[in-house]
Design a protein around this ligand. Structure first.
Ligand SMILES: Cc1cc2nc3c(=O)[nH]c(=O)nc-3n(C[C@H](O)[C@H](O)[C@H](O)COP(=O)(O)O)c2cc1C
Length: 160
């Protein structure tokens, strides 16, 4: 199985998941930032990692997801300030799936990702702070060891 892991990451959270995803996949898996991503149709399995921006996959990842329409095996992973069980995150995952319309989704994983404190202060100061802002205090220190272990189990269920 020829596998590819693509990610977008501003502060390193999603990159951390991407590196672990690559480790959990068979030897020879290619790890690539989204800016250097190859044609996904050359790969049997593509894992795409994004961070949430305004309730959606970040724009660069969204662009790559467009190229995955109809792909036979896709795995999604993400980091965010919102609670992983929130509607906000569920909607964002659904959005990612709808961008890559017609792809076969083998699985997905997401977890908290610590939010840059400067961004947090800015967002908190808005007249109407976004819904995820109260959850973001719980994101400090994530992704952590437990997140990476849950990711490993998620990948194992897809690969085996
Ligand atoms: C401009 C901006 C917008 C964000 N919007 C959201 C959002 O809508 N929902 C959310 O849960 N987290 C949001 N976040 C938090 C990031 O998704 C989170 O910190 C993520 O782990 C960052 O990943 P990275 O370190 O790979 O860049 C936002 C962060 C930034 C900088």
């Amino acid at each position: 199985m020829k596998s590819l892991v693509i990610y977008s990451s501003q502060t390193g959270n999603t990159k951390k998941l991407a590196e672990s995803t690559c480790e959990y996949l068979p030897n020879g898996t290619l790890l690539c930032p989204v800016d250097e991503a190859p044609d996904p149709s050359d790969y049997d399995f593509v894992a795409v990692g994004f961070w949430l921006k305004a309730g959606k996959p970040d724009p660069k990842s969204a662009g790559y997801l467009e190229r995955l329409k109809g792909h036979p095996k896709v795995f999604l992973f993400a980091t965010h300030g919102a609670n992983p069980d929130s509607e906000h995150v569920k909607n964002a995952m659904a959005r990612a799936q709808s961008i890559a319309e017609g792809a076969n989704f083998a699985g997905s994983f997401s977890c908290y990702g610590e939010v840059n404190p400067k961004v947090l202060d800015k967002v908190k100061a808005k007249p109407q702070p976004p819904v995820w802002i109260d959850d973001a205090t719980h994101a400090v220190g994530h992704p952590d060891k437990g997140d990476l272990e849950r990711l490993r189990l998620s990948i194992a269920s897809v690969v085996n």
